[in-house]
Write a protein that binds this ligand. Sequence first.
Ligand SMILES: Nc1ncnc2c1ncn2[C@@H]1O[C@H](COP(=O)(O)OP(=O)(O)OP(=O)(O)O)[C@@H](O)[C@H]1O
Ligand SMILES: [Mg+2]
Length: 231
Amino acid sequence: MAILDITGLSKTFGSGELAVQALQNINLCISAGDLTALLGPSGSGKTTLLLCISLILEPTAGTIVFDDNTIYSNGWTDTDLRRLRREKVGFVFQTPNLIPFLTARENILFPLELVGVTGRKAQDRATELLEYMEVAHRSNYLPAFLSGGEQQRVSVARALANRPKLILADEPTAALDTARGKKVMEFLKKLAREHQTAVITVTHDIRMIEGFDHIYHLKDGQINSSKEDYK
Ligand SMILES: Nc1ncnc2c1ncn2[C@@H]1O[C@H](COP(=O)(O)OP(=O)(O)OP(=O)(O)O)[C@@H](O)[C@H]1O
Ligand SMILES: [Mg+2]
């Protein structure tokens, strides 16, 4: 079952002589529980593609069908993109970017509060996520007192808070050493396997994506190959 179906997606920044065609005719079909990696040189369009998928950046043309709803068809068709984003997509950034004056636990409670989950129910969910990501012992610390790997695991926990169907990660391991990076990736894999969450991650490091279902190479805004011809 496809959770995300993208056809003919293009994105041009600017216009006239200054126009940059960041994405050209991208087709991508992602099923629930799929682990997908996006590789490609700097400037090839990886972040732009993730931002379009996360409904943050408006494409220039194409179609995005997400969870059986057409969200974009040469223009947004859904008016409440924020709600969709909050409820269905989780984003993990290159650096953890946790809110510095909130503890690990409070950082996870925040997205729950945004969708109206508060009190005991929210606390229980935060505890469950902190345990799942093996950072429960650091619950009451501010981000500054956590290691880089712990911060990134809290940020994955935060992205998971509302049980999104899709997790998007832009170089989530880039700021970590190999061992800590691998651990974060292992959690993303576990999530896909145990909760059928689709994961799309950008990476520069192919050692991090062993066992992924799909590997796409972006070059000049186009997808060049999948795992099949990559082997
Ligand atoms: N807001 C913007 N305005 C104009 N051009 C942009 C904008 N964002 C990205 N671009 C251009 O679009 C192209 C794709 O950029 P993008 O950030 O998606 O690349 P990337 O593959 O993520 O690169 P990196 O590996 O360096 O993060 C680049 O040529 C970039 O300069
Ligand atoms: Mg990028």
